[in-house]
Design a protein around this ligand. Sequence first.
Ligand code: C2O
Length: 566
Amino acid sequence: GRLEKFVDELPDMPVLRGYGVGEGGQLVAGELTVGMYDTTWKFHRDLPATRVFAYGTSKETATVPGPTIAATRGVPTRVTWTNHLPPRHFLPWDRSLPTARPSTGVPTVVHLHGGVQQSTSDGHSMAWFTSAFASTGPHFTSPAYTYPNEQPPGNLWYHDHAMGLTRVNILAGLLGAYRVSDPEAEARLGIPSSGGEFDRNLVLFDRDFTSAGALFMNATGNNPTVHPQWQPEYFGAVLVVNGKAWPFLRVRRRRYRFRILNASNARFFKFSLSGGLRFVHVGSDSVYLAKPVVTDEFLLAPSEIADVVIDFAQTAKTAGAVVLRSDAPAPYPGDPGEKADTVAVMKFVVAREPERDPSTVPATLMARYPRPDAREAVLTRRIAMYEYTRNGTDEPTHLYLNGLAYTDPVTETPREGTSELWEVINLTDDNHPLHVHLAVFAALEQRSLRRVDDFRECMRGSASGGLGGRNDAEACGMRRHLAGGRRHAVPRQERGWKNVFKVKPSTVTTLLVRFRPLEEEEEDEVGEGRSGRFPFDVTAGPGYVYHCHILDHEDNEMMRPMKIVR
Ligand code: C2O
């Protein structure tokens, strides 16, 4: 039967403090141990308990999503990640993909998404480990990770990143929110900012369940002679917020802040609110905006984070509730002209009594971050997205970046302290949220490719079957296709520094990617005043990656290594 909506109250996940308090009251580095457990979780009043893999400080307290880690800027958090998972996975694991190959057990490795950390603590896909470290990947060194938290305040999240298994492990429940706070600077803004009743994390994903309440993932691939189980995108019919299907939240007539994370494998959300309420955006991904941006609706791709204020005092006296809804087709953007139904995500039950609201959203937020300036780029790279088919069917078998497999030699070797222009060329029909580890970037422009069909056709016939040989792209007259196409405006709330950007189909998107720490600039500072160095040896360890954050794409080779050099 169908699950009834709005019957479960929105939970808050447990909070783990990422810092300690010294004898004199000063903050000191935090030490946490967070485990991955084989346990159960109630996703809905009428669903039996569901088997999950969950993060927590013990099996009894593990949750889906996992606990929210609350870190403070400048105070390191050390987390020892431990794997208590069983010998076998309970979801399909397609061994025909490039994947972790342990002797036994479920390989896991944790990435702090949006975190600026050394690559030995970045959760490299080949640094995986199984229960009791019985089996470890070639890049495994230590399960104790250090997050320096020397980055501006904002929203991060942690999630599994094991090679070829990321989509499966996250689907099983291995994800959670992480926040870096700068208490003084944020208190000055006047927005609810310390966590607590008026400042909530909303972690969203979609899932399918069997009638017995088990997580359902199709075990037959779309092109099974190549990949027996891999599907190009996972979509579930049940929308889950903070671990509950279509929950409700009682709110007062005042402002609330919601840090909304799309933790779905592949589903995009296009959010709006009933009753004419609007979103006031204060941050995007891990960074505050310079100024707030008001929208009636906005699109959130997998792994993007929107930080918004909603003022429930604007709710009509006669309306007792506001519904958060979405109308994005899946896959996104789908066939032209196709419009998905508007569906409810969750409900806010608004109190009748008016109240005095001490919070505010100031006209200026964090205005001292450097402005994106294309002139600081030291070089331009082209990153092409291409989908491959085989066996004469139209069903994709894998996706590559620049026609290269994940294991092909590193081609992206940015120099520490510099910025680069990345022209991302999307020759597929899907919108791909591109994510770069370590860096932040700004989307400078997005343009339609000219005569994209000719371009695609030419590439299809080229030697590597894709953009692998950049020569192929040149031979196909790439420049002609890149220049002068229709311009797509970058949404105003996405014009700051981000770590994920939605690359629309048949477009070329120019990103200014910054391989130096993001810091506030002093009034009198001229340009490159600082060293541009990271607070750790950024060249050490196995290096970083960039990838499409549709998890099913990432797992089937839409990911490439990246090494930072000095
Ligand atoms: Cu959110 Cu490479 O990851």
